[in-house]
Design a protein around this ligand. Structure first.
Ligand code: BMX
Length: 284
């Protein structure tokens, strides 16, 4: 049963933690802090709850979206370079204690964003796969109106033969794009590479094309595996000017029935908190 209550939604990524009071798809209040990375998640959460102590009493449900996987309320990393947390950190129990609320739901951050886009954004109620191409790569899957949990949607962790220890996000994401710039422009960020490409520098255009080609291949394979009505692309790289067009260009040779329908994400940074708030309202 779905209630239109105000939900406290937390989105904890590799670089920042966002806390928000959310009603339907509206963010009423928001507070952002850098993810401390050092120390343990209990201390990070305690710092976040101290910062939003004034919101006490304004919510009776909490949703938590985190980078990594959530099984039975426990949080574990897949890629420790994204965020090095201990295995099976008791996330739901910890948040219930800190918030003094017992209606708490936790899930992966990209899965939560997938649900946000499905319910309120570019999905508009169509089954979808959401893909965030950002510093790394995350994803989420909604089939038959249901969000898949656990490992589902971890496209950034896809492996290839002959690439021991490396995964897809190591050769597509913002991190990879920035690393490719080193011989041409030391210390460049992914944003600098996009600027260099826009200024017509061939090396930068080639790097972005290579990343877009991998993303196109991934989208084509997702279509074959799940046949979603839409693939929604988000993230700082995914939504960077020209990237989606480049991915679409690489899909042009496919027969129409195999070609994914790509849509830019609509909710931007609030997809995770809007999605987890709605899930928490429905499921707790
Ligand atoms: C990694 C993985 C995913 C996450 C994705 C995006 C970890 C810690 N994270 O592939 O669970 O969804 O990064 O994470 O293994 P973000 O921090 O960029 O949002």
């Amino acid at each position: 049963m779905r209630r239109p209550d105000t939900v406290l939604a937390l989105d904890i990524g590799g670089t920042k933690m966002l806390a928000a009071l959310v009603r339907e798809d509206a963010v009423i209040e928001a507070h952002t802090m850098p993810t401390p990375r050092g120390g343990d998640p209990e201390a990070w959460l305690a710092a976040l709850f101290t910062a939003i102590v004034g919101w006490r009493g304004r919510y009776d449900t909490v949703g938590v979206a985190v980078t990594g996987i959530v099984d039975e309320g426990c949080w574990s990393p897949l890629n420790r370079r994204t965020l090095d947390i201990p295995d099976r950190f008791p996330l739901v129990a910890s948040v219930a204690r800190l918030s003094a609320v017992d209606r708490v739901l936790a899930t992966n951050d990209a899965q939560a964003a997938a649900w946000g886009e499905y319910a309120f954004g570019a999905g508009q109620g169509h089954d979808l796969v959401f893909l965030t191409v950002s510093t790394v790569i995350g994803g989420g899957i909604v089939v038959n109106g249901r969000l898949l949990g656990g490992l589902a949607g971890h496209f950034g962790q896809f492996r290839s033969l002959g690439e021991e220890g490396r995964v897809l996000e190591d050769r597509v994401s913002g991190q990879w794009i920035a690393a490719q710039a080193a011989p041409h422009k030391p210390d460049a960020t992914a944003r600098d590479v996009f600027a260099a490409a826009a200024a017509g520098q061939g090396w930068a255009e080639a790097v972005i094309r290579a990343s877009a080609r991998e993303t196109a291949l991934l989208c084509g394979n997702i279509q074959l595996a799940l046949d979603p009505a839409r693939i929604v692309i988000g993230g700082g790289i995914g939504l960077a000017p020209g990237y989606l067009q480049s991915v679409r260009r690489d899909l042009q040779g496919l027969p129409p029935r195999l070609t994914p329908q790509l849509h830019p994400a609509a909710l931007a940074e609030k997809a995770g908190v809007v999605g987890i708030a709605d899930l928490a309202r429905r499921r707790t």
